[in-house]
Design a protein around this ligand. Structure first.
Ligand code: NAD
Length: 398
């Protein structure tokens, strides 16, 4: 590109800012994901320009008065509350952003939809498929825009891979292999937390890390049909109590399309930080994505090599203005990070609200959140019974 100013999305017209409607954000939770969402909401105005809607940080809800008011001050919310229900009565709030732990997804999300708030809810949508189904079916009745926060869909490289399927570059899928490895529970002395408590989290590595790769399998390959699996808890007692969720799982899937899938996730892989990687082999080529190298894909297209003795994978740097989401960013090669997937995710939700367009297929809907939870439940059943399980999805009742 010759004109470097065209790398920067400078907006369409002088005075555009005056005509951008605001939308108020009410957030439940303000820790890891709360911070990631706030960071993204603050970036929207200087990445997307003009943004579809201008987010306004109205109120944040937590449990402790002192901690939540400090969070409001730190992040720039106008006020804080210790009761998330307060957010629902506030007419200046248009989006309820649920970044609470998994046991806080069901009731607040449904109540917010009933109060007419648009929604984004962190994954997994429910602790069980029953719970996620209830969220989906109750939210659907209200007609609000609603998204399950599967942010990996919003990595430019992942969206580029999706487009390589859409334009036929990548053919019929034969294999989907995905792993999501972390190390933070390697030390048996590291204490319990809500993530290790089934009554709060629903499951362990499976619902936490596995749900992301299950979502990507559905997004990129299609619906799985059957599954066999192992779930394992290596350390059952930790400081703070008994652990009743899995540390790790692996699963073998068949897909409706005939493709085969292998998934695994763990919290006890020494050296692995946030190692989410998938490899998809198709009839025309193989593509690889590695979250820790998030601005690249590795691609091999059968028969495309210039010389027979120089075949292999090539690395594509995903940072051109014509690559997904890069119109909002920097000159090519000036890279973006994990946190920016949330900018794209929340930007997508704002666009859906502003233009009354659907959240799917690129954003994860509530139905997507439910379907992932149904697959999570099937993996648990398969592991507990030692049998291959059929995966079937419920429809909304009439
Ligand atoms: N998309 C991703 O990549 C990703 C990454 C991490 C976590 N998550 C999901 O985000 C959600 C939150 O995880 P986190 O890592 O931010 O957890 P966290 O423990 O860092 O934060 C949870 C927040 O919820 C608040 N909270 C807890 N119980 C509450 C209650 N009863 N009422 C009001 N507020 C309450 C806490 O004060 C805290 O601010 C989980 O569902 C998790 O699975 C998603």
């Amino acid at each position: 590109m010759s004109d470097s100013t065209s790398f920067f999305n400078q907006g369409t017209a002088k005075g555009a800012a005056d005509s951008i409607p605001e939308i108020g954000i009410g957030m439940l939770g303000y820790a890891f994901m709360g911070r990631a969402h706030i960071n993204a909401l603050k970036k929207i105005a200087y990445t997307y320009w003009p943004p579809p809607l201008m987010p306004r940080l109205v109120a944040v809800a937590g449990r402790s008065e002192e901690a939540v008011s400090e969070a409001a001050h730190r992040y720039g919310f106008e006020r804080s509350t210790t009761d998330w229900r307060d957010l629902l009565d506030d007419p200046s709030i248009g989006i309820f952003d649920n970044t609470g732990p998994n046991n806080q997804h069901l009731e607040p999300t449904i109540a917010a939809a009933r109060a007419g708030k648009h929604l984004i809810c962190e994954k997994p949508l429910g602790r069980t498929a029953d719970e996620a189904y209830e969220v989906w079916s109750e939210v659907e009745k209200t007609g609000v825009k609603a998204m399950t926060a599967f942010n990996y869909r919003f990595f430019p490289a992942v969206r580029l891979i999706k487009s390589l399927f859409e334009d036929g570059t990548l053919g019929e899928v034969r294999h989907f292999r995905a792993r999501y490895h972390q190390e933070w529970l390697v030390d048996p002395k590291s204490p319990t937390s809500w993530r290790l408590d089934k009554s709060i989290a629903g499951s362990g590595a499976l619902g936490d890390l596995g749900s992301h790769i299950i979502d990507l399998a559905r997004y990129l390959v299609g619906e799985p049909q059957t599954v066999s699996a192992n779930l394992h808890t290596f350390t059952k007692e930790r400081p703070g109590g008994h652990v009743d969720v899995d540390d790790a799982f692996d699963a073998m899937l068949t897909f409706d399309s005939g493709a085969l899938g292998v998934l695994e996730a763990t919290r006890v892989a020494p050296g692995r930080k946030n190692h989410m990687r998938f490899e998809i082999s198709t009839t025309t080529g193989t593509v690889i994505f590695d979250q820790e190298r998030m601005n690249e894909i590795e691609l091999h297209l059968a028969g495309s090599e210039p010389a027979a003795n120089a075949q292999g994978f090539r690395t594509v740097l995903v940072s051109e203005a014509y690559h997904p989401y890069w119109e909002h960013w920097w000159p090519h090669g000036h890279m973006i990070g994990w946190e920016d997937s949330f900018v794209h995710e929340l930007g997508h939700l704002l666009e859906a609200i502003a233009t009354d367009s659907p959240v799917g297929p690129h954003g994860a809907t509530m139905e997507d959140g439910y379907r992932v939870a149904e697959i999570v439940d099937a993996i648990v059943r398969a592991a507990e019974t030692g049998t291959r399980q059929e995966i079937s999805f419920r429809q909304l009742s009439a």
